[in-house]
Write a protein that binds this ligand. Structure first.
Ligand SMILES: [Zn+2]
Length: 1056
């Protein structure tokens, strides 16, 4: 049901709405004073939809009882008195666990320094007597000892994810690889073994968790709160045109560049290029489509041909040689052709759509001009293009990107096209320095001005009427009174004369200061706290992690005196190998609850929590489940305990970031549940060794700690009449169908939202989205960040296809598929993707392209990369794992992709491959990428490959000696160490250029990419080739050319 449609009008400003009275809404929907129910938030979401009547038990945001520690913590001195001065005695004897918290000064101006202020604050230590339920478990965190742990072999360090490659064992030594593969022999005792002796040694009362805290970085923009008068930068006097349809006519057929159309045999003259709209052709497609057009998202491909590509690898099937032509695929028509005609024409890889070319073209065409957001329905430049944004009334594409900027007017049309309607939203996205952060608007005591009915916030699309005394809501059409203090006259065009002085009337993105009504318990929040919780079990100590971390934290928080020095010593001789996990989170969350603040837990954890405690796990990894109906269980958490815990964390605004250092299976699928549901991050460093991995880990930690984060957040996406948000993907928790709850949300996290029609749209009005994020800044200020975006609507399918963005489509499809594996067999998920993609392209062919021979594959210009990118998703580790990919790798990647933005999914699925020695050394600009295929590698060159997680330097065997000397400081190719992860710093142009490029690539990504040097013909090259995604993969994934042919066949089947 759509709130916008159904909710009756209410009195202004968050007054109770009778029809919803009495619904106990657990989150933000309750109205002020509406009930005595424990409504913890005020006016945020307005009316409560009827389906929210009964929140699941245990998840309501019951206010933390003021001051009094929760019952479960009663035994510990964690009440008010707990916040005394830091006491050394608290950590003596190991066993007592301590959680130390530092709270910020009451108010901190935005943009203030990150760590410094805290230093002068008295450290607030909570000598944490753990709550009864968690007491024993926390005490066991350090784990039980399994005697005689095997002396570790020097494990290969992890790379993007995953333990060392199994190739390593084949070769005997693989010093720095470790992308995939099984764990090395001789590591810590296998879990099964450990599980055998759970009671062998009583858990020591050692203190597993050690906590310290400091000030999170201030969030929000540098703007100071009230901002009503001044002229806005980037605001031209002309003001934003708000509703100009972008396209009224179809483009000329010639507009299509080559490559869009793949013709059959080169011999005969090419058939006419596609023309976009065929009058009279449009509405007849149903007949031809009819029976073959599959239902929307049913699983299972009705097309027999799909099987080969949708199926799981198994032994790689002998794929056909590169096809000559799509027509070479057997089909009734082609069987009549003489054989030589089927095989005569090889498909030239250069003749099929090239991602590199598309990216380059967009850079050249759109990289020089700023993207001005004043025009409705404009497709922004690609994520791979550097461009500046001028906000003139619509949110920047850095905040919102859509699968299409021109959406069908009717649901029938949308179903016909099968193009998902989705927006990828990054509410707190970081902006380049040249772009201003959102202005903060203060509407005073009455709070932000909103529509009385649908609760949408004041925005540039609201229409002022009756001389400015009232406004009509652009989302629900309700007529609202303008409060006297907000009144302003209109000019002759009906626009308020102060429109350009007010961000909320002229910009796509801005913030409101929230009033106390928007705060939990009607009380302004305390500044959030950070808590560090360190696993000090055997593996953590042995690997050097604990010492490294404590050193780093000392520099991050130099106020912490000797405690951090003591921790490594205290546990130096620990033999504990069993750990607990859930109780650690519980303890941190309880600490925040006692402190009555939101915050973030940083968890550092090494192993499967097998100690007897809540959330105890068993090793249930079973690769034999791959390709069975039970494969989905590998992605599902093995207990519901973590979901329950996550709900409690969300209610407290407790975001959990998890740093994993596994030597073997740790069940990432289960351990990542809490980070996932609380808006946190998971980092994984397989077989962590200080010397190999400290740079990556410390870099990730520093970046994570300094991230801008919003806490205790709720996001709501409102839409104008006709469409509504129906599905959400990302790291968050949802207790109803509309409110996305985020204990924490940082500037890298993305929420993908899918929309569906619930009514007819019209071309004149277009469609509007408004994303409102209510959050607590790091300085403890309650704010609302608003993003608005207006889209065009169309009655012609060609307009839809002309305004799509494939990168965003892929982001949505990957997330859809990655969620699908939780419930459906992987093969089914893959088939669904293929089918949907074929339907999208077939609909285009049928309705928007000129009739032409079936031998032609005609792709919409905006979607010509859909096949190549989709193939990358299909052969990704989650959907088609090779033998070397572990269950934890897959769960980890699945979890990562869920929160990725469009730029991240783009490079993750189609890595960038940069030749380093092709252009002159003096040329310092980033070299143009080449296609991710082995045949693009020349053995006389060196290449960098990155996908946002991994970074390879590939060295051809024929590289000139001088180049080898300049880059590696050795005299020949054979002397280069395979697997090297650090290049020597040498005083020459090439070395500096490559180092600079590596630095620049790393700076662009949210996680540190560790470098791995790969030599041509070396065993490690297999790992590298996994990322050459246009090629056939070892796991059975199709090459680009083969997949394109396959798609063509699917499309033809749909059309015939
Ligand atoms: Zn409204």
């Amino acid at each position: 049901m759509n709130v916008n449609q159904s909710a009756p009008p209410v009195p202004p400003f968050g007054q109770p709405q009778p029809v919803y009275l009495g619904h106990h809404q657990s989150s933000y929907g309750g109205q002020l004073g509406s009930t005595t129910a424990p409504t913890s938030y005020g006016a945020y979401n307005g009316p409560v939809p009827s389906y929210q009547q009964t929140p699941p038990p245990g998840v309501s945001r019951a206010p933390p009882s003021a001051g009094a520690p929760p019952a479960s913590t009663a035994q510990g001195p964690c009440g008010q008195t707990a916040y005394g001065q830091f006491g050394q005695g608290d950590v003596q004897n190991g066993p007592s666990s301590t959680v130390q918290m530092q709270r910020l000064p009451g108010y901190q101006p935005f943009g203030s320094a990150i760590l410094a202020p805290v230093v002068s604050q008295p450290a607030v230590l909570q000598p944490y007597g753990p709550p009864p339920t968690s007491a024993q478990v926390t005490a066991q965190l350090a784990g039980m000892q399994i005697s005689g742990a095997v002396a570790p072999a020097s494990p290969p360090s992890g790379l993007g994810y995953g333990p060392p490659t199994s190739l390593a064992s084949a070769s005997g030594s693989f010093p720095n690889s470790g992308l995939y593969g099984s764990y090395p022999q001789g590591q810590a005792p296998p879990l099964g073994q450990a599980q055998g002796h759970p009671g062998a040694q009583p858990p020591q009362r050692s203190v597993p968790l050690q906590a310290s805290s400091f000030t999170p970085p201030a969030s929000g923009g540098p703007r100071m709160p009230s901002m009503t008068g001044p002229l806005l930068p980037g605001q031209s006097f002309g003001g934003p045109p708000v509703s100009q349809p972008n396209h009224v006519s179809s483009p000329a057929p010639q507009a299509l560049p080559p490559g869009t159309q793949m013709t059959g045999p080169p011999g005969p003259p090419p058939p006419p290029m596609h023309s976009s709209q065929q009058p009279g052709y449009q509405l007849q497609q149903n007949g031809s489509f009819g029976p073959t057009r599959g239902p929307q998202s049913n699983y299972g491909s009705p097309y027999p041909g799909a099987a080969a590509f949708g199926s799981q690898p198994g032994p790689p099937q002998p794929l056909p040689p590169k096809r000559l032509d799509p027509d070479a695929i057997p089909s009734p028509q082609l069987n009549e052709l003489p054989p030589q005609q089927k095989t005569r024409h090889r498909i030239d890889p250069d003749a099929i759509p090239s991602p590199i070319q598309v990216i380059e073209d967009d850079r050249n065409n759109r990289g020089s001009e700023p993207f001005v957001t004043g025009v409705r329905g404009q497709v922004p430049p690609l994520v791979t293009t550097n461009f500046l944004v001028k906000d003139q009334g619509n949110a920047s594409p850095r905040y919102i990107r859509c699968t299409s900027y021109n959406i069908p007017c009717t649901s029938d049309m949308a179903k016909q096209a099968q193009v998902p309607l989705a927006a990828v939203i990054k509410p707190l996205a970081r902006l380049p320095p040249e772009e201003a952060s959102p202005y903060v608007v203060d509407h005073g005591e009455s709070g932000p001005l909103r529509c009385n009915r649908c609760k949408a916030y004041m925005c540039p699309f609201m229409q002022f009427v009756e001389g400015g005394r009232r406004f009509q809501c652009c989302f629900c059409s309700c007529i609202n009174d303008v409060p006297p203090q907000y009144f302003q006259h209109l000019d002759h065009t009906g626009k308020r004369v102060d429109a350009y002085d007010r961000p909320e009337l002229s910009l796509g993105s801005y913030e409101f200061l929230a009033t106390v009504d928007y705060c939990k318990n009607n009380k302004f929040p305390s500044p959030p706290a950070f808590i560090f919780m360190i696993d000090v079990s055997y593996n953590a100590i042995r690997s050097g992690l604990v010492r490294l971390l404590c050193e780093e934290l000392k520099s991050l928080l130099d106020f912490l005196p000797s405690l951090l020095d003591q921790i490594p010593e205290m546990f130096a001789d620990t033999r504990e190998t069993e750990t607990v996990f859930a109780p650690v989170i519980q303890a941190g969350m309880e600490a925040l609850k006692a402190a009555e603040c939101a915050g973030k837990l940083f968890l550092f954890h090494t192993s499967l929590p097998i100690a007897e405690a809540p959330g105890k796990l068993k090793n249930r990894d079973d690769r034999k489940l791959i390709n069975t109906d039970k494969e989905k269980t590998l992605f599902q958490p093995q207990t519901g305990a973590y979901q329950t815990l996550a709900k409690e964390c969300v209610a407290q605004g407790c975001c959990v970031d998890l740093f994993l250092f596994p030597n073997q299976y740790v069940d990432v699928a289960t351990l990542s549940v809490v980070p996932q549901l609380t808006g946190g991050s998971v980092y994984k460093y397989a077989c962590f060794q200080v010397e190999n991995d400290q740079e990556r880990f410390l870099s990730d930690l520093r970046r994570d700690v300094q991230k801008v984060v919003g806490f205790d957040a709720v996001m709501r996406v409102r839409t104008s009449t006709g469409i509504r948000a129906v599905d959400f993907f990302g790291a968050f928790y949802m207790n109803n169908t509309t409110d996305v709850e985020l204990a924490g949300l940082d500037g890298d996290k993305t929420v993908t939202v899918e929309f569906k029609h619930d009514d007819r749209l019209n071309e004149e009005n277009g469609a509007l989205l408004q994303c409102a994020l209510l959050y607590t800044s790091c300085a403890g200020q309650r704010r609302l960040r608003i993003h608005n975006l207006a889209l065009n609507c169309c009655t012609q399918l060609a307009d839809l296809y002309r305004n799509c963005e494939t990168d965003t489509l892929i982001n949505y499809m990957a997330k859809f598929a990655y969620r699908g594996v939780l419930n459906s067999p992987v093969k089914t998920v893959r088939d669904t993707l293929i089918t949907q993609c074929a339907q999208i392209l077939a609909c285009y062919r049928k309705n928007c392209a000129s009739p032409s021979s079936a031998g032609q594959l005609i792709l919409p210009e905006c979607m010509k990369l859909l096949p190549v990118y989709l193939n990358c998703v299909l052969k990704s580790d989650v959907l088609q794992p090779g033998a070397e990919v572990t269950t934890d790798d897959r769960a980890y990647v699945r979890q990562l992709v869920t929160s990725m933005d469009v730029a991240e999914t783009n490079v993750f699925f189609y890595p960038r491959l940069l030749p380093l020695t092709k252009s002159p050394i003096e040329n310092t600009t980033e070299p143009p990428a080449v296609r991710a295929s082995e045949e693009r590698l020349s053995n006389g060159d060196i290449y960098l490959l990155e996908n946002g997680l991994n970074l390879f330097l590939w060295v051809g065997a024929g590289v000139q000696q001088g180049v080898v000397q300049s880059l590696f400081g050795v005299s020949s190719f054979s002397q280069i160490t395979s697997g090297l992860s650090v290049l020597p710093v040498l005083d020459n142009l090439l070395s500096k250029k490559v180092q600079g490029l590596i630095d620049s690539l790393r700076a662009q990504r949210s996680r540190y990419m560790k470098l791995i040097v790969v030599k041509q013909e070396d065993k490690l090259e297999t790992v590298f080739k996994h990322f050459l995604v246009e090629d056939k993969s070892l796991s059975g994934g199709a090459s680009y050319v083969d997949f394109l042919c396959h798609m063509h066949k699917e499309i033809r089947q749909l059309l015939s």
